[in-house]
Design a protein around this ligand. Structure first.
Ligand code: NOJ
Length: 577
């Protein structure tokens, strides 16, 4: 089966390389959309800016930084969940979808934030977390009271007299078991994530109606888009058949895109997306290209975009291969060259820091490699999602002891690994490099205490390198990562070829350089990215005249005839018309 899919992918890829004028490459056509042209800046509110000294970032804190956000040149902000929550999973466990989490402020703060963004021409995308709710949501509190409660069917319950339900894997449970026994009604409930995140029953039309109404509530307020958290898991076969032993190693194949999921999305499109000018993006793109295409094929009227994990999943604790990265991005691009639209990202709140994972966070190369990676994200076809702090080249914090972690995935993962008798030294090594907490440390604003994030004690420590890596320093340095990021957003916005142009990889076998062309009508640009810490040579039959260089993270590019000589982590974009 894998070979079969791979064969199709190769054909698609070759086809994509030889047929350049895809539907997506017509910027003048009706296919132009704001969300295709958007540059999305993701803010993890807990870690961005704390306005009241309680150590937790908040909405007023974001409002204080609106001018900064605008200065980045981004055109939309995606906020991680800001709804009421007991914070078992930092807001991904919602107890009231129409209220703002107390730590983050009030609904007035939200309204001011939205207005402030809109005044600056920046759109707002909200996270919608409806594969599950919090166990402290009134629906679940009611649901667990009795088997006859009217909210009982809002969740998945399994009466204990039927015996233990078939095993389901939980991503965050300390035992890895997604069924939790509840003595109140002598039944088990399902939770793909933590015990405090019971899965909603999407097969129940009442649940779907509730969610549509919640989305309408926010759409009416004027939000511009929704990111659907873990939505690919929402539909389930409620007979809960047995899965083969070891399925959890490949659980996506069993959890994603089940049952009536596409119908639920079509219904959501009809009830919500078609009625408001909102964009929609799903976390997860299913099990294969067919799933991904179905999600985002405009004719099917489901979603605008999905984001796939294949590229972020390439990185293991001992690194990744550039050849794999190129292959994944090229394959996904060619599969969507004609229809549908991609999201481009390498980091978010579920990943460690961009520069630590894909670049080189040593003092010598951190800045160059961070600039190179941002050049990559902002020069690919697809909507780029840029994570707060990556514009500065913020790095992993690298905790050594489990007591330092705050993330439920790390804490419960540790308990499970220990119970399973795993090599805990290796486990901690992996966690140090890959943990989500790496990507959640407070934004580094200034050189003063706590990096200017808070006047109190931050909920997660500030990275010790904040005196060097911060907005204040980088703002006044024209060669900083921050200013490189700003140049890249400006370049993307003024060059439709970077948004809509076809993508074509050059010399895919090159060991150090990721080189590709973007082409749109008569515009053609070449992107050269040295992904290594060594000088790289690549021969391409194009002249690089200084006046044709659109961006460069060094002051010049060396050439010898057709040979381009790139310094460590050098990134150059050049017009090659
Ligand atoms: C995906 C989110 O991105 C992640 O942060 C969260 O823990 C899970 N979904 C559960 O909601």
């Amino acid at each position: 089966m894998r070979m079969y899919i791979f064969g199709i992918l190769i054909i698609l890829f070759q086809w994509g390389c030889t047929h350049h004028r895809g539907q997506n490459s017509e910027p003048g056509s009706q296919d132009r959309k704001w969300w295709k042209e958007a540059i999305i800046y993701q803010i993890y509110p807990r870690s961005f800016n704390d306005s009241n000294g309680d150590g937790v970032g908040d909405l007023k804190g974001i409002i204080e930084k609106l001018d900064y956000i605008q200065s980045l040149g981004v055109t939309a902000v995606w906020l991680n969940p800001i709804y009421s929550s007991p914070n078992d999973d930092n807001g991904y466990d919602v107890s009231n979808y129409r209220e703002i989490m107390k730590d983050f402020g009030t609904m007035e703060d939200f309204d001011r934030l939205l207005a402030g963004l809109h005044q600056r021409g920046i759109k707002l995308v909200m996270d919608v977390v409806v594969n599950h709710s919090s166990d402290e949501h009134v629906w679940f509190k009611q649901s667990r009271i009795s088997r006859k409660n009217r909210y009982r069917d809002y969740y998945h319950w399994w009466p204990a007299e039927k015996g233990r339900p078939n095993y389901r894997y939980s991503l965050f449970d300390e035992k890895g078991d997604a069924w939790q026994y509840d003595s109140l009604t002598d039944s088990y409930y399902l939770h793909y994530f933590s015990r405090k995140q019971p899965d909603l029953n999407w097969e129940n039309p009442k649940v779907r109606r509730e969610v549509h109404n919640i989305m309408k509530f926010w759409a009416k307020k004027g939000v511009d888009g929704f990111r659907l958290d873990a939505f690919q898991f929402a539909a389930k076969d409620t007979t809960f058949p047995a899965f083969p032993e070891g399925f959890e190693k490949n659980f996506i194949n069993y959890y994603a895109m089940q049952g009536n999921l596409h119908d639920y999305l079509k219904e959501m499109h009809e009830k919500v997306f078609s009625k408001y000018d909102v964009m929609s993006v799903a976390e997860g793109a299913g099990r294969n290209f067919e799933d991904a295409h179905k999600l985002v094929d405009p004719e099917r009227k489901e979603l605008n975009m999905a984001y796939a994990f294949e590229a972020v999943d390439l990185v293991k604790y001992n690194g990744y291969q550039l050849s794999d990265l190129k292959e994944v991005f090229s394959r996904w691009d060619s599969a969507f060259a004609k229809k549908g639209w991609l999201s481009i990202f390498l980091a978010n709140h579920d990943q460690a820091r961009l520069v630590s994972r894909y670049g080189n966070d040593s003092p010598e190369f951190r800045a160059a490699s961070a600039k190179m990676l941002n050049t990559f994200l902002l020069s690919m076809r697809g909507t780029p999602y840029c994570y707060y702090g990556d514009e500065l080249g913020m790095t992993n914090i690298g905790f050594d002891s489990i007591q330092q972690y705050r993330d439920i995935a790390a804490i419960n993962g540790y308990k499970k690994a220990r119970a399973d008798g795993e090599d805990m030294k290796l486990y901690m090594k992996k966690l140090r490099f890959l943990s989500r907490d790496n990507g959640r440390t407070p934004m580094q604003w200034k050189t003063n205490k706590q990096a200017g994030f808070t006047t109190g004690e931050p909920w997660l420590p500030v990275n010790a390198n904040y005196k060097l890596i911060n907005v204040e320093n980088q703002d006044r340095d024209s060669n900083s990562c921050l200013n490189h990021f700003r140049k890249m957003t400006a370049l993307r916005k003024s060059n439709p070829v970077l948004v809509y142009g076809d993508y074509q990889i050059a010399q895919p076998e090159h060991k150090q350089v990721y080189a590709y062309f973007r082409k749109l009508e008569s515009d053609q640009i070449l992107v050269l990215l040295n992904f290594s810490a060594k000088t790289a040579r690549i021969s391409l039959p194009y002249r690089i005249d200084p006046e044709d260089i659109l961006i460069n993270n060094y002051s010049s590019v060396e050439t010898e005839g057709t040979m381009k000589i790139l310094k460590p982590y050098q990134a150059v974009i050049v017009n090659v018309n």
